[in-house]
Structures are given as structure tokens and as C-alpha cells.
Design a protein around this ligand. Structure first.
Ligand SMILES: *[C@@H]1O[C@H](CO)[C@@H](O)[C@H](O)[C@H]1NC(C)=O
Ligand SMILES: *[C@@H]1O[C@H](CO)[C@@H](O)[C@H](O)[C@H]1NC(C)=O
Length: 304
């Protein structure tokens, strides 16, 4: 009898070790695949830590997605190996919001049932990459590209790097304010991405201005009214956007730390372009709940 019990214990122990081994192996395989897709390479010591963070993020995401009360879904993406604190430190900056012009009184345009606009086709999703807090520059070229496309019928990919290097009123890869970038474009003109490509780091200005011009910039009092014409630069709290995937987001905090481009709206949401590439969110976009969600209505500015 004792022997049989002993044998059973050994078998059970063996099975449980095997199962643990399998799930360990599964995790490792998933992490390896993710590493390959996103081209992440680490030293041996860092790899252990990154794998642990990845695993914790995956569990957090699964828990979030299994709660039916959440109005949006999360997914693992290129930020899978970063803690929330690291994501905030690398991609966001509340310091850059200094000098922003906040609207005290938000005028609201008339509500029109089923009204919707979508200017996603007038501007292009970019990837700011790590090492450069450049959302302000992508946000500025976002509204400028949309203006040029809609008003001047010029479809161009403008150079955000030129703003990072040449607009001395902002702080390049340490952040900046979109309206100052727009002032640079109004004063000097701007060139295109192919002439002055994005490098995700500061370099001394290689060439000033270019052939693409706007007349100036203006504050947007009512986001909806402005979005009936073309895209608008906005400044928002993006602290919890790290793993956004689909659905309507309203899980904001109270730090204005990321510049983005509002490109449209429906009765149910705002459509906002980010600069985390097309593998983030809805092909690079996020849907925000109506109203001043994450501050989307408070700092609007656009090219004119
Ligand atoms: C709005 O859309 C709904 C659903 O498609 C439709 O039933 C309704 O008639 C529409 N209202 C207007 C004013 O077009
Ligand atoms: C872009 O979308 C808008 C609004 O949906 C539409 O009016 C416009 O014709 C589109 N422009 C192009 C170039 O496809």
C-alpha cells in the first residue's frame, strides 16, 4: 500500500513538473516570438528581467480583457517588455506641456445626430521609436499635412525631424509644443520626410525650411467644429495608452503628457492618431469617449 502511494506521488509529481515545464516553455516561446517580431535584443541579465515584465504585462492584459465592464481591449505590442513607469518615462513627458495654451471656456457646437468625419486619409501614422520624445513634432506635422491635403490638395509626408533639429523654440527630443512647430512652418516652410528623414535623435539643423507652407496656426475652441474641416493637433494624458488595442477608451489620468492628432469623430467617439506606428492600437489610432476625455478638447491647435 505504502509503495503504491509512493509510486502515485512520484507519478503525480512528475506530471506536475512536466506541466510546469510545458507552460514555462510556452511562455518562453511566446517571448522569443515577440522578440523576433519587434527586434528586441538584450544582455543575458536584462533578458531575464524583460521576460518577467513581459509575463506580468500579459497576465495584466488577459485580466483586463476578461472583465466585461471594460469598454476597450488591450493587446501585447512593441511595449510588451516595459513597465508602466518605463513607458511613461520613455514616451511621455508632462514637462513638455509647459507653455501650452489651455482653453478655459470650451464652446460646444450644436449636436447633430449621426454626424461623423474621418480624416485618417489626410495624414500618415508614424513611429516615434524610443529615445526621442517627439510626439509634439508628429502632432504638428499631422495637422499641417491634413490642412495641406484638404485645403491645398497637396498630399505630402512632412519632415518631423526638421522640427526636432531646427525649431529652436522647442526642446527637440526632450519634448515641445505643437503650436511652436506650426509657427516654424509658417515662418520658414517645411520640407518632406524623404529629404529630411526621421532619426529619433537630435542633430544640428541641416537645412532650414522648405517648399510646403501654412499661413499660421490658431487655437481650436470647439474640436468638433474644427474637425468638420481637417485634423487638429491635441495634447492629452496618455499614461494608460500603453497596450490600447480596440474599443472606446476613457481610462485617463490627469497628466497632460502626449501630443497627438485628432482626425475625426462620430456620435460615440473621437478618432485620434498616435505616433507609435501602425502595430499599436487600431492601426495607429485610438478611439476616445466623447467629451474632454484625457484632455482632448483642451489644447487643440491647428494649421491654417
Ligand atoms: C441615425 O442612425 C440611426 C441608425 O442607423 C437611424 O435609425 C436614424 O434614423 C439616423 N438619424 C438621422 C437623423 O439620420
Ligand atoms: C478623405 O476622407 C474624407 C472624409 O471621409 C473624404 O471627404 C475625402 O474625399 C477623402 N479624401 C481622399 C483623398 O480620399
Amino acid at each position: 500500500m505504502k509503495q503504491i502511494l509512493g509510486l502515485t506521488t512520484v507519478i503525480l509529481l512528475g506530471i506536475s513538473l512536466y506541466m510546469n515545464g510545458q507552460s514555462e516553455l510556452q511562455t518562453q516561446t511566446q517571448f522569443r516570438q515577440w522578440q523576433q517580431i519587434h527586434q528586441k535584443f538584450y544582455t543575458q541579465i536584462e533578458e531575464q528581467y524583460r521576460r518577467m515584465v513581459f509575463e506580468e504585462n500579459k497576465q495584466m492584459i488577459e485580466k483586463h480583457n476578461s472583465n466585461p465592464e471594460n469598454t476597450y481591449k488591450m493587446a501585447i505590442n512593441q511595449f510588451g517588455d516595459l513597465t508602466k513607469e518605463e513607458f511613461v518615462a520613455i514616451y511621455l513627458s508632462s514637462e513638455q506641456s509647459q507653455g501650452l495654451r489651455r482653453k478655459q471656456q470650451k464652446t460646444k457646437s450644436e449636436y447633430i445626430e449621426n454626424e461623423s468625419y474621418d480624416w485618417r486619409n489626410t495624414t500618415t501614422v508614424r513611429d516615434m521609436k524610443s529615445g526621442c520624445i517627439s510626439s509634439w513634432a508628429f502632432s504638428a506635422v499631422g495637422t499641417a499635412e491634413s490642412y495641406l491635403s484638404v485645403v491645398k490638395s497637396q498630399k505630402v509626408l512632412l519632415s518631423a525631424q526638421q522640427l526636432l533639429d531646427c525649431d529652436s523654440t522647442s526642446f527637440s527630443c526632450n519634448g515641445g509644443v505643437p503650436y511652436r512647430g506650426l509657427d516654424y512652418i509658417a515662418d520658414n516652410g517645411i520640407t518632406v520626410e524623404s529629404v529630411y528623414p526621421y532619426t529619433a535623435k537630435f542633430s544640428p539643423c541641416k537645412r532650414e525650411g522648405g517648399p510646403y507652407r501654412i499661413n499660421g496656426e490658431e487655437d481650436v475652441d470647439d474640436l468638433k467644429t474644427a474637425l468638420r474641416q481637417y485634423a487638429v493637433s491635441v495634447f492629452v494624458d496618455a499614461t494608460n495608452w500603453q497596450f490600447y488595442s480596440t474599443g472606446i477608451f476613457s481610462n485617463c489620468e490627469d497628466n497632460i503628457n502626449f501630443a497627438a492628432t485628432a482626425v475625426g469623430f462620430t456620435d460615440q467617439y473621437w478618432i485620434v492618431q498616435s505616433s507609435y506606428g501602425t502595430s499599436w492600437g487600431l492601426n495607429g489610432y485610438i478611439l476616445l469617449a466623447p467629451g474632454d476625455t484625457c484632455g482632448v478638447e483642451s489644447y487643440g491647435v491647428r494649421a491654417v
